[in-house]
Ligand binder design. Structure first.
Ligand code: FES
Length: 327
């Protein structure tokens, strides 16, 4: 059986029953991967021709029903296929792990947001913008994005949801010394550092955390790309993290940040309105830009629509909605 890999055009001889990921790795084709069990989304590629079937563990190989995107680790080859994979310079390989993490600090950031710092059992390798799952107890796990870079400790911004079980643990019971279970890294919205394209970072609410991670990654990599940052909050009282953002921006002299508040009074330097309206008003076109978008599913969907309307190329939009489940 043949597997054609775009954009290189390589033709691989593959076996029926192999997963796409195994076939690519066996032929030394660079492709991002991490968890190998369908959770992280990092091995996503496009199926241009032919069919694949889901693995026994996960019968649906596509992360987006009806789209041509498939997860290479969950797609079993049964016939000749053609796929398109991301450029080799974008490949990241951070093995997803499960380990214990000790709580170092829990402190308020705003009226409904906490800062949580944990120390994993082992240093965690990840790319700026990725997230982990933290399990508070069996059956109670939530995704949280790192706001820093890899190191001995990880820091997260956790939004408190009224009536939420994880929120109750975070705000009432969790204390330094407690031990959580950590799984990751996960997520496809991570910094692509080997290009000079202008960058648009958009974070709604606690989307500030992965946005800070991306900005720190840009500074650490010495990237000189033009950089615009849009942070959205519901009202002035929800705004947080501005001092931390200012510290990061000291290392990014070419960056310009906008804090956009939807309703109520404004503080100096804030803009009123919706994130999408601010972006639409500021850019006649986003052709040639790359966009990193973080926030609630509603905020991410609306922002991605705006980026498409402004001609940002589909493959240059990296978007990660925060799904809250299981409350
Ligand atoms: S490596 Fe395929 S989804 Fe994680």
């Amino acid at each position: 059986m043949e597997l054609v890999v775009r954009p290189s055009g390589r033709v691989l001889e593959v076996q029926a029953g192999e997963t796409l990921l195994d076939a690519l790795l066996a032929n030394q084709v660079p492709i991002s991967h991490s968890c190998k069990d369908g959770r992280c989304g990092v091995c996503r590629c496009r199926l241009l021709r032919g069919k694949v079937v889901g693995t026994a563990r996960q019968m649906r190989p596509s992360p987006v029903p009806g789209s041509s995107c498939v997860l290479a680790c969950q797609s079993v080859l049964t016939e000749d296929c053609m796929i398109e994979i991301p450029a080799p310079e974008e490949v990241v390989v951070h093995p997803a792990r499960t380990m214990k993490a000790e709580v170092v600090a829990v402190a308020p950031l705003s009226r409904d947001t906490l800062r949580l710092r944990v120390r994993p059992q082992l240093p965690l390798s990840f790319s700026p913008g990725q997230y982990v799952e933290l399990e508070f107890e069996r059956g109670l796990a939530r995704p949280y994005s790192m706001c820093g870079l890899p190191g001995n400790e990880l820091e997260f911004h956790a939004r408190l949801h009224p009536g939420g079980r994880a929120s109750a643990r975070l705000s009432g019971e969790l204390k330094p010394g407690d031990v959580l279970k950590l799984r990751g890294p996960l997520g496809i919205t991570f910094l692509r550092s080997r290009n000079e394209d202008p960058i648009l970072c958009v974070g709604a609410g606690t989307g500030l955390a992965p946005t800070l991670s991306i900005l720190r990654g840009i500074a650490a990599a010495g990237m000189k790309n033009p950089l615009q940052i849009y942070l959205g909050f519901t009202c002035r009282e929800d705004v947080y993290g501005q001092d931390e953002l200012a510290q990061v921006l000291e290392h990014l002299p070419a960056a310009c940040a906008h804090t956009v508040v939807a309703t109520g009074a404004l503080d100096r330097g804030m803009r009123r309105g919706l994130l999408t309206s601010a972006i639409a008003a500021d850019f006649p076109s986003l052709a040639g830009w790359r966009g990193y978008v973080f926030g609630s599913p509603h905020a991410v969907d609306a922002t991605v629509r705006t980026l498409r309307e402004k001609q940002m190329a589909e493959q240059s939009i990296y978007a990660e909605p925060f799904h809250i489940t299981g409350n």
